[in-house]
Every structure is written in C-alpha cells, then in structure tokens.
Ligand binder design. Structure first.
Ligand code: CO
Ligand code: ZN
Length: 333
C-alpha cells in the first residue's frame, strides 16, 4: 500500500492536467476490469460488469491543487493564480515544480506588516531566470507543490494525499475483490479541486443508481485544531454532512451496519467546510443516492498532508465489504 501511494503521489497532476497520473492508473487497472474509457474532460471510467445488478459509481479524484502562471515580468518573475484551494499561509518559501520539470521558489513582496499573511497576489515564482527572455516559464504553465513523500511508519505524508489516497483505495479494492452485488463503475475524476467538474459529467455519463466518493476529510486531533471529532488512526470516516451535501441517510446506515458487521473501525463525520465529488453525483440527472467514504487527513491542502496507513487499509476493507452488501435502495437498471 505504501509503495502504491508513493508512486501515485509523486506524479504531478494539477487540475485540468491529469494525463500522466491517468495513464499510470489505466495501465494498472485495465487487466482488472471489463472495460475502460476516457471521456472528453479526461475522467477515467472503468467498469466491472454485472448484468441486472444496481449500478454503483465509485469515484476518487486524480487532480491535486496547484498553481497557474498569469504573467512573467521583465526580470523573469512569474505571477500566478491558484488551481483549487491553495492557502497563502502554506506558500512563502515553498517550492513548485512545473509539468516541464522546471522548479521554482515562491517569494513575496516586501511585507509592511510582518504579522499579516500576504495574499497570493503579492507572491511570485522565481525559477532562477535573469530576464523574461531566458525564463523557461510562460503564461498558462501549471505547477504543483514540490515536496517528497515521507514514510513516518504508521503515518505517511505527501503534498497530494488529497486525493491520491482515494485513488489508491479504489485500485486496491479492484485488485482484491472477486465478486460484487453491484455493476461497479470505478471513476478516476478530473478537476475536483476547481469545483467537482469532472465528476459532474462522469455522473451524467454513468447514470448510477447510487454513488460513493472516496476522498480525504479534515481532523480535529491537532493542538487547538478544528472542533471536529474525526481523528487519525480511528478508522475511515462515514460522511454525514459537509458544506456541499447531506449524505443519503440510507447509505449512511448501509455503511455503518456493514462496518459493524465486519468489525471494521469507523468514525462518523461532520465536516463544517469543503465538499467532494459525491455532491455532483447526488445532484446529477433527477438525483442519485450518494455518500462518502472518507480518509482522515491532517493538514489538508498544505504541502504536507498526513494520513494513517491503518485507516487506509481499513477503508479498503470496508469498501470491499460494501461491494458485497446490497444497499437498501430501489433501482432502475
Ligand atoms: Co482537496
Ligand atoms: Zn479531495
């Protein structure tokens, strides 16, 4: 699991530029499914067929937050806008890597008040150029944070746990599962971090009876952290609500009962901010029952996101049990 995660998180894939990670995932899963396709937005859709069974859409997003260059000045300094929820507090002094391999440092204009966090507009990327003419970066180029994967033993850290850990859970479930009570669509979505855009079109195309996103959620277990019950190491979380959705109560119950029956630790999750691809599934066509299996993650959207490897293992186990447990829903297909 750690090696799978390490490979996945080191591939740069800012929103809208997921092709490298998509090729890697496709190579791994193609032998494990009946069919794979890539839609016009770039979502990778893989199917395990089961005629007559309810159609379940599982989704994990391939993209990660990043930066896009908006301007390069005469001296070769690049200005940028965020791709997704980049927080200024995590930027200054950090390093970025462009898709063409160029690396850069994030600097900031002289700050009149050193106690305030400067906004992204006051920051720039310095790639070591001396002028606009020798600057290897152009308007529209995209970068991700440069921060290597770290194995701390029970816990692992990366810039892109959100949501490569969800991708890893889906791949591991595919590798281990033999039978399912569903016709299952494994969707690896694009552009989640810029507003669940990939999952929106994928859900329309798949037309599922029910859907589950596998994504990270925040925790409340750090010093003076969010007032939130979820913590690392206490099992995957079953989402009840976030800022984007109220999870379907029938699916919450299905997930809770399945976890209890299989004796897999789980947590009940209320997240006061944020959202996932499950929102897009829930609101597609005339409405779809949707829920989320969450991986607790500290420092979400910082360049060092931390998860507990046992939570990841337990998420795989729970997902495999869910695939073998009928959901309490009527279905159309
Ligand atoms: Co995110
Ligand atoms: Zn995410």
């Amino acid at each position: 699991m750690k090696e799978l995660l390490r490979t996945l998180v080191e591939i740069p894939a800012p929103s809208g530029y997921e092709s490298q990670v998509r090729s890697q995932i496709r190579e791994w899963i193609e032998p494990l499914v009946d069919e794979t396709r890539v839609d016009q937005l770039g979502n990778l859709v893989a199917v395990r067929k089961q005629t007559g069974a309810p159609r379940l859409m599982l989704v994990a997003h391939m993209d990660e937050i990043g930066l896009m260059v908006t301007h390069v000045d005469q001296k070769g300094f690049a200005r940028f806008v965020p791709l997704g929820g980049v927080m200024p507090i995590h930027c200054v002094g950090g390093r970025v890597r462009f898709l063409n391999g160029v690396q850069g440092v994030i600097g900031v204009e002289k700050n009149p008040s050193s106690s305030e966090i400067p906004p992204l507009e006051k920051m720039f990327i310095d790639v070591g150029a001396t002028s606009v003419d020798d600057c290897p970066i152009r308007i529209g180029d995209v970068a991700v944070f440069e921060r290597p994967f770290v194995d701390l033993g029970k816990r692992v850290v990366s810039k892109a746990m959100d949501d490569r850990v969800g991708v890893a859970v889906l791949i591991e479930a595919l590798r281990r599962i033999e039978r399912s009570v569903f016709e299952t669509y494994f969707v690896f979505s694009v552009q989640e971090e810029v507003g669940v855009r990939g999952a929106t079109v994928a859900a329309f195309g798949v037309e599922p009876d029910l859907g589950l996103a596998v994504d990270v959620t925040a925790t409340g277990d750090t010093p003076k952290g969010h007032r939130m019950e979820v913590r690392l190491g206490a099992g995957p979380a079953i989402k009840i609500r976030d800022a984007g959705m109220l999870a379907d109560p029938r699916l919450i119950q299905w997930m809770v009962q399945t976890a209890e029956k299989a004796k897999i630790p789980y947590q009940r999750e209320i997240l006061e901010f944020g959202g996932t691809d499950a929102r897009a599934i829930q609101l597609s066509r005339s409405g779809v029952a949707a829920g989320v299996l969450s991986i607790p993650c500290r420092y979400v959207h910082a360049p060092s996101e931390m998860v507990d490897i046992e939570d990841v293992e337990n998420a795989v186990k729970l997902l495999i049990h869910l695939l073998q447990t009928p959901a309490p829903l009527e279905h159309r297909h």
